[in-house]
Design a protein around this ligand. Structure first.
Ligand code: 13P
Length: 252
């Protein structure tokens, strides 16, 4: 009953010409798919080109970040309004690379979630534990805090627009995917937490993605899990062939 969603996070990769070529290949292969939501998240400089290339197709575009104010003297930042204006429908927020490299706090990430929702964009809120946090038994506490703080001030009627992406930090770019059982354990916990925050019905409708070394070889197994509704793909989203295979995972 939840429509699967596969998103490609291109991170800080691609020139304009490369991005246009990749977007065109994806549009040609996937542009008319209706049983799945497909999202690509290029760098800010590539957004206009990618939005133009995938226009009138099933592929939606996401920003990789935003600043939580509508406009103003915030040199170097991009607002949710600007993402919307440029044709984005989603924004990735709270990626572990931003949490770790840019020192983003749960409170700051929460402001961005609220800003995206106010602008009519769907936040893809990333959460995830480090290996130390997992091994020291703090995993669920950390994830709960990321979720509860990240979704503060979100109203129950808006919560269905939020997509949560569980990305264990130790699985990102390492080739070490969480096993489907490890991922499912966390996804079930996330859905339970969403239920406590927003009610059972809303939690049942919310999409929870897995991210971390998702590849054509492991997507089928991940997607068999009842609480895994899709994937947030990094490295494998940079090659059209791999991303097309992932989006074309075996349907049950
Ligand atoms: P990889 O798929 O390269 O591990 O990256 C995952 C990720 O961080 C997506 O946001």
């Amino acid at each position: 009953m939840r429509k699967p969603l596969i998103a490609g996070n291109w991170k800080m990769h691609k020139t304009l010409a490369e991005a246009a070529a990749l977007a065109k290949e994806l549009k040609d292969s996937l542009g008319t798919m209706t049983d799945i939501d497909i999202v690509v998240a290029p760098s800010f400089t590539l957004l206009n080109t990618v939005v133009t290339t995938v226009r009138d197709s099933a592929i939606a575009v996401a920003g990789q970040n935003c600043y939580p104010r509508p406009s103003g003297a915030f040199t170097g930042e991009i607002s949710a309004e600007q993402l919307k204006d440029c044709g984005c429908a989603y924004g990735i927020i709270g990626h572990s690379e931003r949490r770790q490299l840019c020192g983003e706090s749960n409170a700051f990430i929460n402001q961005k979630v609220v800003a995206l929702l106010s602008s009519g964009l769907r936040p893809i809120l990333c959460i995830g534990e480090t290996l130390e946090e997992r091994e020291s038994g703090q995993m669920l506490t950390i994830l709960k805090e990321q979720l509860v703080s990240g979704l503060r001030q979100v109203l129950p009627q808006q919560a269905g627009e939020v997509v949560v992406a569980y990305e264990p930090v130790w699985a990102i770019g390492t080739g070490k995917t969480a096993s489907s059982a490890q991922a499912e354990e966390v996804h079930a916990f996330v859905r339970d937490t969403l239920g406590k925050l927003f009610g059972h019905d809303c939690a049942q409708k919310s999409r929870i993605l897995y991210g971390g070394s998702v590849k054509p070889a492991n997507i089928d197994e991940l997607m068999t899990q009842p609480n895994i509704d899709g994937a947030l793909v990094g490295g494998a989203s940079l090659q059209a062939d791999d991303f097309i295979k992932i989006v074309s995972f075996t349907r049950p």
